[in-house]
Design a protein around this ligand. Structure first.
Ligand SMILES: [Zn+2]
Length: 229
């Protein structure tokens, strides 16, 4: 019976929440009377079952579902050498056919799916009057350092993806390598999808960044964000 939250208790909590909102910093967020915490039943002993994904990951899975993305959660894996695939999924359908995607962190997957649907597809319709039939990638997970550095790439954490080309419904294929300096229309398309990527991913690298990126866009969710080249 002690567990039941009374109407009076709810009202008191609501009043306190309002007071907190007004005073902003004065409350620590503990709206449960101390006596109630003390009388709560002891939690069951920890069960050594497969770990539940963290709250953040479960929220991300829910986000993918709300985006109508079909996916399978992958078990967290440690591959040694600092390489891992944690909070990752296998994408089945993001709404735009995409090749080469392996294990990909949920956060990156959600942003990639949104970029494909709301950045790439509309740009192709407006500029070429065509649909995107396929986005080609060089993949996601790869246990390797950043080119020319001893530091592990975000690819080593399945937290990066390399996009190499776009195939249109009129048969045209736009590749980063061939078309980055292509005709005006194609350059405009690539500029738009690049700018759209910069709004969604923490790091975006294009052929403008360095020679290692002459044939693809690199997107990752590492770092603090705002790195757009
Ligand atoms: Zn990359």
């Amino acid at each position: 019976m002690e567990e039941r939250v009374t109407e009076t208790g709810l009202l008191r909590g609501a009043a306190l929440a309002v007071a907190c909102a007004i005073m902003l910093s004065a409350c620590s967020g503990d709206l449960v009377p101390r006596g109630r915490v003390a009388s709560a039943p002891k939690p069951p002993p920890p069960v050594r079952a497969p770990a539940q994904p963290a709250m953040e990951t479960r929220q991300c899975f829910a986000k993918l579902q709300s985006q109508a993305v079909a996916f399978t959660p992958l078990p967290d894996r440690n591959f040694g050498g600092g390489c891992s695939a944690v909070n990752s999924v296998k994408l089945i359908d993001i709404g735009v056919p995409t090749t080469g995607i392996g294990a990909i962190t949920c956060n990156l997957a959600a942003n990639f799916a949104a970029w494909a649907k709301f950045g790439v597809q509309p740009a192709a319709r407006v500029i070429f009057g065509a649909e995107i039939e396929k986005i080609e990638t060089f993949g996601t997970y790869n246990c390797r350092p950043i080119a020319g550095s001893g530091k592990l790439s975000e690819h080593a954490h399945s937290n990066a993806i390399d996009v190499s080309a776009f195939v249109l419904s009129d048969g045209r294929r736009i590749s980063i390598q061939k078309d980055w300096d292509g005709d005006k229309q194609t350059r405009q398309f690539l500029k738009i999808v690049h700018a759209s990527a910069c709004k969604r991913f923490n790091t975006v690298l294009s052929p403008d960044y360095n020679a290692a990126h002459r044939d693809h866009f690199h997107f990752d969710m590492g770092g603090r964000g705002g790195f757009c080249r």
